[in-house]
Design a protein around this ligand. Sequence first.
Ligand code: SF4
Length: 221
Amino acid sequence: MAKNGVMAGDPLQPSLLGEALAAGDRPGLEGLQGSCQTCRRCDLAAGRQQVVISRGDPSARLMVIGEGPGAQEDASGRPFVGRAGQLLDQMLASVGLDSEHDAYVCNVVKCRPPDNRKPTAQEMAACAPWLALQIAEVDPAVVLLTGATALEGVLGIKGGISKLRGQWHPWQGRWVMPVFHPSYLLRNPSREQGSPKWLTWQDLKEVQRRLEQDQPPSPTL
Ligand code: SF4
């Protein structure tokens, strides 16, 4: 078990909200900013320039969750601003979604892992209360998980992004869809039918349709 009581690989639970929050106080997104900036719950704190919390609209019905900050994100303090982020913005725009106004964008871990390595299960578990707070405050109808690390950090599912992408998961009263990470799409730029980029475009069209339908999953799911 991780030192904060979260099992690596567990799905993200609402109960995590109390983990890092003094006396059960829920600080809201503004309080989250201050709490994260002084956070030293894991070793990633040592190498960060900035804590990277979010961009976009906290009242959006779509939340996009990625892995963790890269060099440009670490320098700017904003998630998904490098080449992968620009591709994400373009792909969302292609289905009529503006990443600044129609989405709230964040990551599983808020500090940059060295050399852009994948965050460890312990680091994801340490940062999970902050992500749980973001989800609780934003209360999105639809969550887009970009890449295998987000899939593991939120739903506790390891691997399988190629098989699981494009599938809806009812989760805590919301719809969740895993998709390929945009950095993978940068390495696989083909737009041919059946290519990762083409598949992601189909997935995002499905996300847009789901947002339009505006129907939460049945409580029995
Ligand atoms: S990655 Fe998360 S848990 Fe680790 S120091 Fe940064 S904010 Fe804290």
